[in-house]
Design a protein around this ligand. Structure first.
Ligand SMILES: C[S@@+](CC[C@H](N)C(=O)[O-])C[C@H]1O[C@@H](n2cnc3c(N)ncnc32)[C@H](O)[C@@H]1O
Length: 351
């Protein structure tokens, strides 16, 4: 039995808020780009019955395995794909899964991954410095720690960890490497900066930086957000839950830019960008968990939810559906009817 199976389940964060922001409706078609333990996916499926469909994506094959067991009861309505969400459009074209009513990103890592002693995400357990969401990927945290130059390491730790002690940490890493294990690295960081960190462990920021770099989290998120907007149909919703300021800043800036018309600098007298708004913000202020949720699930404390709605004229939406979908099952309102259930069940069983 693996550690992952023994670990307590992942408690999904801001579930009701996410379902509300996605405006989940019976018969709707949704994408959960970060399936994890399947908590949000289950809630979406329950609210989209009858006739709802869900595409669940996760880079981690273990999450797909767990999701397949957990979502067995909905197998006729679910398609699970082990892939990176940076390939979101390609996945949707491949499975003819578009346009969609809502797309959810619940970023970062699940408690299942954090508590899995073999994955190297946590400085609480000793493990090899791995940190890959997808174990099939080549680059690991050990590769970064043991091969990057001191300057590159300092830059990475400062940029992705917002760590003020990035230079002394990088210097010490280079002096003491090769470093192989999480505890070796965590103790070394503790020795460099002591316990001057208040409530968080001194290694928290460096571990975050390494995880972001290993999984190219910010680059992939930026690309996936752009792809997601194009997959949304008329009044489709895009919802993102993030857990650190770098992610949240990226989402906030993207939503802000896409909800504007002209984005020319103020010094340009007449518009030359031709930019038009593709999103309307649903919540002007970020949504955070209640005090009760944080008490029940302390890991939810840093969560921030932002949501937006696709702006697209209904006739344009209709044209896109006709162009993109090989199926002729397009209803009068421009949405394809949920007739793919048999196909989805076959795909569910095949993947
Ligand atoms: C916070 S968990 C999601 C938890 C899930 N919402 C639930 O209710 O159980 C984040 C998940 O996203 C996955 N993930 C992170 N980045 C990804 C990416 N670029 N592509 C696909 N999956 C990714 C991780 O492997 C992890 O399983």
């Amino acid at each position: 039995m693996t550690q992952m199976m023994l670990a307590p389940a992942h408690i999904p964060v801001l579930v009701e808020e996410a379902i509300g922001a996605l405006a989940v409706q019976p018969g709707g078609r949704y994408i959960d780009c970060t399936l994890g333990g399947g908590g949000h996916a289950t809630a979406i499926l329950e609210r989209s019955l009858p006739g709802g469909q869900l595409l669940g994506v996760d880079a981690d094959p273990e999450a797909i395995k767990i999701g397949r067991e957990r979502l067995e009861a909905y197998s006729g309505s679910v398609l699970l794909v082990n892939d990176n969400f940076v390939n979101l459009q390609a996945i949707c074209y491949k499975y003819d899964f578009l346009p969609v009513h809502g797309i959810l990103f619940d970023l970062g890592l699940s408690s299942l991954q954090l508590n899995d002693n073999g994955r190297g995400f946590s400085f609480q357990h000793d493990a090899s410095l791995d940190m890959r969401f997808n174990p099939g990927q080549e680059l690991t945290a050990a590769d970064i720690v043991n091969t990057y130059s001191e300057t590159e390491l300092a830059h990475l730790i400062r940029t992705y960890g917002e760590e003020g002690y990035s230079r002394p940490i990088a210097r010490r890493i280079v002096r003491e490497r090769p470093l192989e294990s999480t505890l070796q690295l965590a103790r070394m960081i503790e020795a460099v900066i002591g316990s001057r960190r208040g409530r968080i462990h001194p290694a928290t920021k460096t571990f975050q930086a390494l995880r972001i770099a290993v999984n190219q989290e910010l680059e992939y998120l930026e690309s996936a957000l752009r792809q997601a907007v194009d997959l949304l149909g008329f009044e489709g919703r895009l919802v993102v839950i993030s857990y650190h300021s770098l992610e949240d800043r990226l989402v906030k800036q993207y939503f802000r830019q896409e909800s504007k018309g002209c984005i020319c600098p103020p010094s340009v007298p007449t518009c030359v960008c031709g930019h038009t708004a593709s999103l309307r913000l649903i919540n002007k202020r970020v949504i955070v968990p209640s005090a009760v949720e944080v008490q029940i699930n302390p890991r939810s404390r840093s969560a921030k939810l932002r949501a937006a709605e696709r702006i697209i004229a209904q006739d344009e939406h209709y044209r896109i559906v006709e162009k993109l979908c090989s199926s002729t099952e397009v209803g009068a309102n421009g949405w394809r009817r949920p007739t793919l259930l048999k196909k989805l069940r076959q795909a569910f069983l095949a993947t």
